[in-house]
Write a new protein. Structure first.
Length: 454
């Protein structure tokens, strides 16, 4: 997994480091579904229909209805959702995805135990059901000793029978203290740091699009991220100043305005990204490649896989409103190794090393790239490819030129297989290289000169 790349996309990726996760939750409206089977279908999303959807807990809600928690599990992750039956209708909470293992350059983090519990609680005078999820992790650094810790998740759903809503508590020590209060008293309304009131945010999701069947992917998506003041803790100190001064209602109005603009003039997406987007990874106009089993948060992936080319839509995630546009796949960059990329992919795991280079029009934040013109980039790529073709070692070139902070100084390789959570173009090239072969590919982070190594 390309750790710096993933960190650069942390606003969209589900498996962000624990230190960057939310310190406070937000309210999210539940989605009306036909029945439990429909809720399970949403949990599966693009996964095969034979993936089991199991009930992991249930509780009765006095004055509201009944709550059940369903989960699906693959080799890579577990997805949870709470289903509330109220007023003769069925409602589904937002889907929560829990990656079971993440490895990056030899460093591995894995889930060793999960213990979901469902209990009835009181929230500001309303009865609700809470899914309390205690997750034990183990972390093993490359060549180091294993360490472990436990994180706590609390999702509570309830409210009025006509339309329950959900709140999601922190992952971390505060949630543990709050769940301790749950166990002692069954009341968490006083645990303000973990659970706010059940005041739902403005719902501007593109429900008609989300009701479609998901396409197979991958798809290319450009988006504008709009957040608001109540989400500040989610950003761990990195919130855009514009969002801090904006209410949820103002964010919803802006998201709707931008979606309407794109519906009439989709060609304006790059200008709108530059002007409005609060995702640092999207301001340069680059598209994200989204796959069914990729690393983007579930709501973002769900809308992406249902959009038609040229169509715009809106979805809310814990980071805010995403105004999304599906765009056609870009033509190959003239520097890319088109012939290599046209090969069928290999099987198994390969090891690759790379030199990452950016330029002024596609900057990853490295000051060298910000000063480099496209012509200078093309000359440098040609120079480095020629040196490698003559047998030069790639490690000194990485140290001198590469803008990947995870490997530039160390000269380390990346382990790549078909399921590696990496940006797709990089993975596509790596899996098609022959031993010792060098190729070039473009991603949203720049140009990668990649060599397959033993």
């Amino acid at each position: 997994m390309l750790r710096p790349f993933v960190l650069a996309l942390a606003l969209l990726i589900a498996a962000v480091p624990a230190s960057a996760r939310a310190d406070r939750p937000t309210a999210a409206p539940m989605t009306a579904v036909a029945d439990v089977a429909a809720a399970c279908a949403a949990l599966r999303d693009a996964l095969p229909a034979d993936v089991a959807c199991a009930r992991v807990g249930q509780a009765k809600l006095k004055g509201v209805g009944a709550a059940e928690v369903y989960a699906i599990k693959t080799d890579a992750l577990v997805r949870y959702a709470m289903v509330v039956t109220a007023g003769g209708k069925t409602w589904r909470s937002p889907v929560r995805a829990l990656p079971l293992a993440v490895c990056a350059d030899g460093d591995c983090e894995r889930v060793t135990r999960q213990a979901p519990k469902v209990r009835v609680v009181k929230l500001a005078g309303m009865t609700a059901a809470a899914l309390e999820l205690s997750v034990a992790y183990a972390y093993t650094p490359k060549g180091g000793k294993e360490s472990s810790w436990t994180q706590y998740q609390l999702v509570a759903c309830g409210g009025q029978a006509a339309g329950p809503v959900c709140v999601e508590a922190t992952v971390g020590e505060r949630a543990r203290s709050c769940t301790a209060k749950l166990g002692a008293t069954g009341i968490v309304s006083s645990c303000a740091e973990a659970l706010p009131s059940l005041a739902a945010d403005v719902d501007v999701d593109s429900h008609a699009i989300l009701a479609r069947a998901a396409g197979p992917g991958p798809v290319e998506i450009k988006h504008v991220l709009i957040a608001w003041d109540a989400l500040e803790a989610t950003y761990a100190g990195r919130m855009d100043p514009r969002a801090k001064a904006r209410t949820n209602a103002q964010a919803a109005a802006l998201a709707q305005e931008l979606a309407a603009t794109l519906a009439k003039a989709p060609e304006r997406i790059d200008a709108l990204m530059r002007e409005h987007s609060e995702d640092p990874g999207s301001k340069d106009g680059a598209a994200y490649t989204v796959e069914a089993n990729g690393t983007f948060v579930a709501e973002f992936t769900a809308l992406a896989l249902r959009l038609d080319v040229g169509e715009a839509g809106v979805v809310r995630t814990r980071f805010g409103y995403h105004v999304m546009l599906r765009v056609p796949p870009p033509p190959p960059d003239p520097l890319e190794s088109v012939a290599i990329l046209a090969r069928p992919p290999g099987t198994g795991t390969v090891n690759v090393k790379h030199v990452l280079l950016s330029w002024a029009d596609l900057s990853n934040g490295d000051p060298r790239g910000m000063k480099r013109s496209r012509a200078q980039l093309e000359a440098l790529v040609g120079k480095l490819k020629a040196q490698l073709a003559k047998g030069a070692a790639i490690e000194p070139l990485m140290q001198q030129y590469s803008e990947d902070p995870g490997t530039a100084d160390s000269g380390d390789s990346y382990d790549v297989d078909a399921d590696a959570p990496m940006v797709k173009p990089f993975k596509d090239l790596a899996l098609r290289l022959k031993p010792g072969e060098v190729g070039v590919v473009k991603t949203q982070f720049g140009i990668h000169i990649v060599k397959r190594v033993p």
